[in-house]
Design a protein. Sequence first.
Length: 726
Amino acid sequence: MDQQTLSGTLERITFHNPESGFSVLQVKTPGRRELVTVVGTLPVVNVGEFVEARGRWSIDPKYGMQFKAETLQATPPTTADGIRRYLASGLVRGIGPEYAARLVAAFGARVFDIIEHEPETLATCRGIGPKRKEAIVASWNAQKAVRSIMLFLFDHGVGPERAARIHRTYGDAAVGIIRANPYRLADDVRGIGFATADKIAQRLGIDRHSPARARAGLRYTLGELVGEGHVAYPEQDLLTRARDLLDIPAERLAEALVEERAAGAVLRETVDGAAWVYLAQLWHMENGVARMLLECARRPHPLRLRDPKSAIAWTERAIGLALSPSQRDAVLRAAHSTVMILTGGPGVGKTTIVRAIVDLYRRQRLAVTLCAPTGRAAKRLGEACAMEAKTVHRLLEADPVRGSFRRNRENPLETRLIVLDEASMIDLPLMHSLLSAAPSNAALLVVGDVDQLPSVGPGLVLADMIASGQIPVARLTEIYRQSGASAIVVSAHLVNQGRMPRLAAPEHLSDFYFVPAEDPEEGRRLLLRLVKERIPARFGCDPVRDIQVLAPMTRGELGTRALNALLQKELNPAAPDRGTERYGMTFGVGDKVMQLENNYDKDVYNGDIGYIQRIDTELGEATVEFDGRPVVYAFDALDELMPAYAITIHKSQGCEFPAVIIPLHTQHYMMLQRNLLYTAITRGRRLVVLLGSARAVGIAVNTLSASVRYTALRQRLKGILPIGLE
């Protein structure tokens, strides 16, 4: 059958894959009463557009008559009704269904021309003030640029899903920048990997063996290794990984490495007899952290205590503490050490010691600063010490314009003691920033559990500090009477010792339970019942705000993706009706969400959990509440968020929740490790439920993490490696 042409107005989008462009559309065509199903490929599509398709009719056994388009084009509508539907789709920020109708009533088919060429005229439309007018014009211009980027990427074999992020990074110059050097995408834009940039480069005709590709591939490989937690990597292993990625000769890569070193992008150093390669910035940070810690350890102590033991005894009486001998020794050590580490598991009294140390400083009228990597950890620390505590980012006063911190060596903090809690989470870059902002007359108390998961970012700061033997360490092991009554605390310590927690049903009401579920589908059913019915009824927990599911992985039937879809549907079923769909996810009023990256403009950081308060389809924005503070997101920025009914255990670091459910199954085999399970258990404050197979619990308990992080902070602190200049 010869090809035919079909055209009409797009009434409904049945399906659209933003990555491949595959679309199933319902089109109103002249002369037909029923909508026509058109199947084809479009990079970007919006309701109300005029669709022109060339292809053939076919009958699908399941879906009936369809028009299968070999070529498919969509253009902005020209009729008043099509324009109204087009604008009502939420494409332009500041225009939803109501304002779309008003604009079409006021300007008819000239709306697009008015927005683009006569924006001041918009003010004559009822309800459109200066703020909304500016939002409409800015969004119109941005979506035009984003559309051109989408079409450009689609023409080069790449789906348009990340076009909005690329536009936010490069602005209207995006296409020119990509044409000049597509490999910049892998360096500059989160979510655009080397493979995507390389695909564009190949379509633009860049030689696979070109120096630009080799150097970009090396930087990408090293960046991926940093993402795995390494500060540096052995040179030969780096070249091997890059060769496997790029499929180009090793000699070409070796030449590229020399070129990267000559440009100052990477540095090479011999560590433990092998050549390691660093990204230059991380080499300077590692050296800087080592130097600043050693300098801090040598400075005079801010406390001037004639009789430290008597002062500590007075503090105990003043704030109603009864310190054990080991706790008293830890406080005494802190009174003599300008840098000290306080480490130990749950229930060993770390917070009690911190309270006592803070009181010693405050009684001498010395300023104290409390901080932690996450908002929840900072809040707990502040409540324990009855004073304000901040996240490290807020303490250092992030500067969104410069992409750095206002508090630094030239503008240090005004304090005599910095207390850093949850220090196992602190990575090398953040530790470098904190130490850079510490005044030259301040002491540092580092508090954390070294047996928990290491930081998500590069480095093993807490572990390296302890292993160096150059920083005084108070390691607490004694579980105190009140904490010893908690099955959560006891179970966590058993796991940390490589012993199975008690999985039998407790005889009395407990705070730790094991619910067996050998089959993943059974596990999903039981998990849903625990969240919706059993835990709220027994413990009075709110299913959304109090209960947190912590999974080892994102993939699989018991991974965060599948569980989030399940829990969102069950706990917030009205979300689709009161929300918006973006980036393959639905966001609705009442949803629990997590921030995925640091956003200094919004003062929201990776791992922060919030709740969607409002969805405004007219303005094209969502309002999310983080710890009582509203934060506004444009719809095209919602890729910074993800549903957070279920999060990975790694993402839960530094957080504490009233109740946690931990699904463990043998399908998580690759992630089942002792420190992962230990970290998950310690996230629960009032209740922890392990759900799954006893075999999976046993695998986790008996599996020590075999991963190695290449970091030389320990060697620098010990003096094995020289400390270079920053």
